[in-house]
Design a protein around this ligand. Sequence first.
Ligand code: SF4
Length: 737
Amino acid sequence: MADVMTICPYCGTGCSMSLSVTDNKIIDINGDPTHPVSEGELCLKGMYGFKHVADPGRLTTPLMRRGDSFVAVDWDTALDAIADQLGVIKKESGPDAFAVFSSARATNEENYVAQKFARAVLGTNSVDHCARLCHAPTTVGLTMTLGDGAMTNSIPELGDVSDLIFIIGSNTAECHPLIAKHVLKAKARGAKLIVADPRMTDMANKADLWLRIPLGHDIPLINAMLHVIIKEGLQNTDFIRDHSNGFDDLARAVEDYSPERVSQMTGVPATDIAAAGRAFATAKAAATLYAMGVTQFSCGTGNVVSIANLAVVTGQIGRPGAGVCPLRGQSNVQGACDLGALPNVYPGGRPITSEPDRLRFEEAWGVALSPKVGVKITEIPAAILAGKVRAIIVDGENPMMSDPNTQHFAHALEKLDLLVVIDLFMTETARRAHIVLPAGGWGEKDGTFTNTERRVQRVRPAVLAPGEAKADWWIFKALAERMGYQGMAYDRPKDIWDEVRRMAPTAYAGMTYERLETTHGLCSPCPAEDHPGTPVLHAGGLFHTPSGKAALKPVLFHPISVPEEERKAFDAPIIGHIAERPDNEYPFMLTTGRRVYHYHTGTMTRRAPLLEQIGPEELIEINPADANALFVRDRQYIKINTRRGSVIAKAWVTERVPPGVVFSTFHFWEASSNEETNADNLDPLSGIPEYKVSAAQVTKSSAADAQASVAAKREYYRQDVETAAIVEMRAHAAASA
Ligand code: SF4
């Protein structure tokens, strides 16, 4: 038996783990007691979510669609067909007829190669990944205000140093359990915990102060905290003077957000709002933790900028334990952003509109590059329907379940000339593809992940990929060569990483594989081989904005619409509102999120028997008052219907949600909330959809209706196509043996 150290494939905490391997099988997983973040522990997903690696449903050979089913083919046939068709489309429609979906679960090396393939081989900047759907407002909002779109501090600082932790819009205990552990460690040390959340999450239950704001009211809450801080002279005047611009405008903007007015708007007692503001400003080291309860709004960027405003005005940034901490949801979503799997930046975060940067990449990659910003994932359906995008390569994502308004997305996919999916399984998206390519996955791949605190860590292979499955980077390289591009002469991930270090030296030059091999990773930036990495960003009040100072910005909010005269009083304020509000026809608000035992579209965790046993089905949270009014008892079926679609699932009657709000997830194809979410109300600055609010109808349903609904979803998600593909792959393997 061998033990292989690697990093958890799930959330962005980046816990280290040891895989016990026998006969090319992972048979057990243990935590790593030496790791500074996970300290020997793992959550349910980390501990039990590895069974997918050896699942019999793994893709083992390339598949090409013939009518409604798929036939197994060899790699040459599949790659030649893709390269030929990409060539034809490029000739007919130009390079912007393509889009590449990269993956936050792929390694840094794979993301680098995917974006290079899009830019240097296809000729388009239309490369994006699921950060668009989770933390795009973080990238935009923190870059705009602080100069870096990333968590400013390391995770252990929370437990060791922070004396106040403000959690807003993060269900930390369920979505980042091992970060929650550091929060509880801080609390046990005497740190104060303030939570702002519409739902009574586990952290809200443990808070010293819980501010139960209505959905989407983060901006007025933070503005009111700032109002109190400035009115009582608790701002950090020296820090504001020396390290920021724009304070006067911000101070003027928050004048209107008295705790009393915001209390009327939110129902949160004015005294609690004032107490939160005072505690935050007077703490020795206050950290703000946030996640998708902040970002997934049509004003997601405004929410993030508000958080940055609060940190800068109080000087709670740039020191150990004090800072802004976006908690990233996937194992390598920070890395995918940093490696340029976005339509507007190159690796290292350099804008593609910057000519010197473009020339540098052109010289290194040996091709002319497009200066045009690419299409975002959330703009792709419209671009397909308009005939602008004709071919998509989806690498390790499942947009048929993860993107908003999936019916609209499915309709767009049908119009594509070519859909190629690279994945571990015949996902809901793969079933609609023209060509499906089998990928090596976690436990099989070599490379690096970057966790939410910018820690770049080695990911190591423990077992061989099944059948003919190949690493994602190998697939892009093979396609590039077929399309006549020779600039991907990589033999192994280390070759790619060394190119990354050359092309993004400020962030990575000092991170050799050798150093990463002997440490628990290094936090970027790490510009030289003798540099220790950077656990705390903005030390000494240095911000990577054009002025070198933090850029404070007024953020205005009104639930329906900010009045014109208020907007005009400021130079380019950020505006927030709730895009789809309840009305007489759709009187409830549906909000969406995750459960501790499953991960995103369930592609991996639903193949882990223990996790599936604990969390076998969707449960929709509904407040007891609403349940009583509908004559619904706990675990009886209810139907949620929005203007996009409907699902039926069992009710979980609970005070976790306030009256008028229902909560569900997108883990289960049988009742996925993304059939109901809205793809139209995008944040204008980041393009993220408003997953957190959809106007909804809620009605009592029945077991018979639930059964009929599952049958319909089975057809909609083409479950039988997966079964047939597995039979086909087994027959192919038997014939080739
Ligand atoms: S907290 Fe996140 S990274 Fe750690 S074991 Fe759990 S899912 Fe994995």
